[in-house]
Design a protein around this ligand. Sequence first.
Ligand code: 3H9
Length: 699
Amino acid sequence: MDMTADPSPVTLEIVGATALIIIDNPPVNAASHAVRAGLAEAVAKAEADDAVDVIAVYGAGRTFIAGADIREFGKPSKDPILPQVINGMEACSKPVVTILHGTALGGGFEVALGAHARVALPSAQVGLPEITLGIFPGAGGTQRVPRLIGIPAALEMILSGRRIGADEALKMGLIDRIDEGEPREVALRVAEDIRAGRLATRKCSDLATTPDDAALEAATADIKRKQPNLFSPLKAVEAIAASTGPLEAGLKLERALFMQCIDSPQRAGLIHAFFAERAVAKIPEKDATPREIASVGVIGGGTMGSGIATAALLSGLSVTLAERDADALSRGRGTIEKNLAQAVKRGKLTEEKREAILADKLSTTTELADFGGVDLVIEAVFEDMEVKKDIFRQLDAIAKPGAVLATNTSYLDIDEIAAVTARPADVIGLHFFSPAHIMRLLEVVVADKTAPEVVATGFALAKRLRKVGVRAGVCDGFIGNRILSHYKKVADYLMMDGASPEQIDRAVTGFGFAMGPFAVSDLAGLDIGWAARKRQAATRPPEERYIPIADRICENGWFGRKTGQGFYLYPDEGKPTPNPEVAKIIEAERAKAGITPRDFSDDEIVSRFMTAMIAEAVRVLEDGIARRPIDIDAVYLFGYGFPRFRGGPMHYADTLGAAELVRRIETYAKEDAHYWQVPQMLRDMAVSGGTFAALNEER
Ligand code: 3H9
């Protein structure tokens, strides 16, 4: 190896007649340029060494190669590219075997496919998750996998991107053997077996793929129906289809289509989302030691409290649920039981485990005094400041020293809640999203006096619950709901000025959101927004435009899905349909306000909707409620159904550019200068040419 440069992450060691090639590129042995170059060189050297008759490749540390180095995507590619390295390895005149442990994913598994045999440790997982990153396997995976396991199984594996355990991989024919031990000892043993003819070797490229046009057509139709917005799945199918022809032509097509995916904005968005999930854990308090949490007290057995209790139980914590009377308690317990039964159905939990949780881990009480021993209390009662203060006063008297006292409030001032206790350093916001045992977002809301180790405890809890914890500051609505309450207004303005609720929802889902704003309101319950608007009436600035349509709907007792009608009608069977009564209300309110409805294109709707969202998001940044743009992206990706392939509102904002956003806001401001204001940060960026991505780097 070249000793003048950094030491290579790939070492070649000769043990007897076996060449061991060891890849050591922590943390996940990604196939960076140095790994590719080192691997190619090591294989060539071993092939040229007359003393060597078998070559075994394995990874140092916790895993085999977990994929291409996705940080290199979008930069000019440097030779040798991974397909070259793998083709070279497959062409090697001596048998090459890979020993797989940890997660042999993406380009890592493709390296294994270029070898002449694959042996896995029992705990290993293999897979081709590229589709989740806006690309598809681009180092021979689309050509070698169908040759190995057939087109239908290859389609399923590549289009789902799922991880496959060693047992299943063996059954599918993806690997040749499972062996126990350390990768190095397995490598030496397997080399011996190859030498002795006890393990056969072959090249995937020598196999032929059986044509299956029906499977390809079915997969194409399925993608068009279920993922019409995604770019890379159809490209994957096209590449897989080519595996019935000569390998070289297939690889050439694969590369061309792969590069189209690499160049697509969806690749950038999806990889940003991948990093966002990890970046949010990098908090200023990351060196503080979290407090031990084994038992949790949840106050409130409504949908939220029961969901939180379910999430805690699913992660192995003991939970005590408190409600004010036996009836409410039994309803709460019933919801938890139902949630756990659903988890069994979804394969997240075994029936025995469910029974054990209910028998040993869940207790209920009507006395807060029973919370004296718990490590963490999460309050999830309804949103009333006085009620919450009263609970925190009681908790202050009851909880043991060092217990973390958390509120699940969605918008109330946590500093004010903390101030009623003698221990504000222990008070924090843990804002879950409904259904709390399913939604991945957890806003960890840091109040003025919250201690660093309490923040660290919030993040440790998020990790334990397998949630994405995002650090937020205190303000009305924190990160997510503050932005939501702003852009919901623009949806109302569009409705008042001429678009129908269903057109707005369609435009927004066409952009890629899981649901449109009116369908979301119906699901959440229109009474919730109604109550909030009544509460805000006193402080609403007189220059703010107010749209009374939702109030009129609520006055009829129509609260959305739970009452069978809201913006939509919800028949017992079949799909929701637009509510014709709502159309009449809209017409009447427009007439009352003297508004002549005008046409909005779907693009115009999306433009206003997204610009409003981004403008408020920038203000959230300016106020320091979110630390970095990427924190806002994570909130929207994991809590608000934001289209993952667009990376989050701030990543999307960069694709438009600050100057364009300022131009849009100034145009809309001609109609409503109060609502449409250019945040100073955005104006500065437009002048300097700055980006949100650059802010992520700095902070
Ligand atoms: C591909 O292979 C394309 C080819 O088909 C064709 C090429 C021509 N690159 O997740 P963790 C970082 S596409 C760079 O917290 P875990 C990660 O950001 C790739 N960095 O650990 C984090 O950094 P930090 C196909 C990567 O134990 C650190 O490693 N492969 C990569 O929970 C630890 O990660 C995939 O899609 C990477 N590929 O999970 C696999 N992967 O500490 C993607 C991780 O600074 N990776 N990092 O925050 C994963 O799914 C998980 O990381 C893995 C480990 C399961 C491996």
